[in-house]
Ligand binder design. Structure first.
Ligand SMILES: [Zn+2]
Length: 160
């Protein structure tokens, strides 16, 4: 089997950031979707996120995006990477990291500032509803915003 493109990125030097992972066009419909890697931790060099805080960021992030006044209808998917170093964000259209950055900042500000009951964290709405960690979600969002996104440059916006 061929190696898929995302495994060819050198994860040993990859920094946290906002990267376009792929742009796909459906040959049948011509519909284009862009997949972003929102990388929150330095792969293989920093501790990964625990599943509870990944899960909380997934619930809050999906809720935020699906309610966003301008992006809601363009969001295809938001969810955690299996390696727990970040999240995938898939949107309709060909979109650059520079284009999506304001939305990513807003998303993680929403997570950082969220108070109250986590949306969807109920047994009838989620498959593992007790597995949540809001304080760690706050901490990770704050670190991503201040350490990684505040004065982000080319090296953290495009795979080299
Ligand atoms: Zn859930």
């Amino acid at each position: 089997m061929e190696k898929i493109a995302s495994f060819t990125v050198n994860h040993l030097v990859l920094q946290p950031g906002v990267y376009v992972s792929r742009v796909d066009r459906d040959p049948a419909t011509g519909m284009v979707v862009t997949t972003f890697d929102l990388r929150l931790t330095a792969p293989n060099r920093e501790p990964v996120m625990n599943t509870a805080e990944c899960h909380t960021i997934e619930h809050l992030g999906a809720t935020f995006l699906r309610n966003h006044p301008t992006w809601a209808e363009r969001v295809v998917y938001f969810g955690p990477m299996g390696c727990r170093t970040g999240f995938y964000l898939v949107v309709f259209g060909e979109v650059t990291s520079e284009d999506i950055l304001p939305l990513v900042r807003e998303l993680f500000e929403f997570v950082r500032d969220f108070k109250g009951d986590i949306p969807g964290a109920a047994p009838e709405e989620c498959g593992n509803y007790l597995d949540q960690n809001l304080p760690m979600a706050h901490w990770l969002a704050e670190r991503y915003l201040t350490r990684d996104l505040s004065d982000i440059d080319e090296t953290r916006l495009h795979y080299q």
